[in-house]
Design a protein around this ligand. Sequence first.
Ligand SMILES: Cc1ncc(COP(=O)(O)O)c(C=O)c1O
Length: 445
Amino acid sequence: MTDYEARLATIDAAESPTVAEDYAALSREHLSPVLGRYFERSWARGEGHRLYDTAGKSYLDFACGIAVTALGHGHPAVNAAIHEQVDRLVHGGGGLGHYGPVSRLAAAIADTLPDPLDTVFFGNSGAEAVDGALKLVRRVTGRPGIVAFSGGFHGRTWGALSATSSNLNYRVGYEPLLPSVHIAPFPNVYRDFGGDETAATESAMHALARLLAEQVPATSVAALLIEPVQGEGGFNPAPPAFLRALRDLCDRHGILLIADEVQSGYGRTGLMWAFEHAGIVPDVVLLAKAIANGLPLAAIVTRRELQDRWGVGAHGSTYGGNPVACAAGIAVLETIQREGLVGNAATRGAELAAGLRALARSDVRIGDVRGPGMMVAVELVKDRVTREPDGDLANAVSARCADLGLLLLTCGSAHQAIRWIPPLDVTADEIHEGLSIFREALGAV
Ligand SMILES: Cc1ncc(COP(=O)(O)O)c(C=O)c1O
């Protein structure tokens, strides 16, 4: 029995609380209803790859706090790093000087990225990183235009929201949003092109060329902003040829290419960065979510010259680059590297996708299984020919999985896709367990 298995056994053997505390009633009184929730369960604790509700029931956690807890809950190395830094210093403020964990994490992140990406600005959340990047690209290019892509999700702050179109409810009632942000069609290979990557790429490039010919000249565009694999929009990978064509277009017109890797980065797709699948190097890379395994931390990474030109004092943050979050970040990165977890994501992801594809062969409600590494979506449809999304079914399957002890979230504009985001250190047995619960849930709805 490994240490980890022994720990799990101890927890499973522990007595369940006799009273299941239900925080929902208190939440209803005092927490804003604006925050949508996938589940109305009350959570007590997390341990390894399991979450425990207040009644002591355990759940295999393949939601990972929406792609955040990539090393599961209470990872010993991450917790040790947090405890040590808490005792040393919780907060000094980036504006006051330099801190070991912050400088060291910046160097370690730069090491994971291809040249010339070597300079890091730390913030606290994905949306903040997106907003900061939009400011950076406008300032350094002197151009106002931003082009983002349909179905993309970049966050809830004004700048990030202006580039977001994965769900109408996120935008409605907030107009006017940031001016000069244009949304071009994303090559949604399954939904719009029935799996034809070449047609999807050609069509999207054609639409982008028209946008630049009819609405905004390339000389007024500061940046293209894209998720190499769309997250909230449905786990839709951008075809590699499309990303290469964007890189080429940017090079020809002096436009900066921003890769929003907030959800797809850090080994999630079986490579350290999702843009690597296309063999390109973006000008700006945005990261958050997995980088501190649950503590708030985000980063904007570019080549040195861009952030030199951004200029001292042009942007800032009180909490960004908090030493405790950065200490956790170092432990996360060291663990990913030491344990070969990027490779594990590729191997386990292939097993997962194979299991889901086998299921799809006998269940016509599964329209598509897609995604590299462990960023895998199962898209549920009313009809395989029309590909009409079935969000109700996906929500029912997700709810049933939770009843059976497996946490899976939905995504996509109609919540039609069930997304699999297991921890990067998931085992083959856990993938097998997840698949069999999913099979049972699907069979029961
Ligand atoms: C690709 C992407 N960008 C940005 C964000 C926003 O991150 P945050 O919720 O930390 O602001 C998200 C969140 O889901 C995301 O998936």
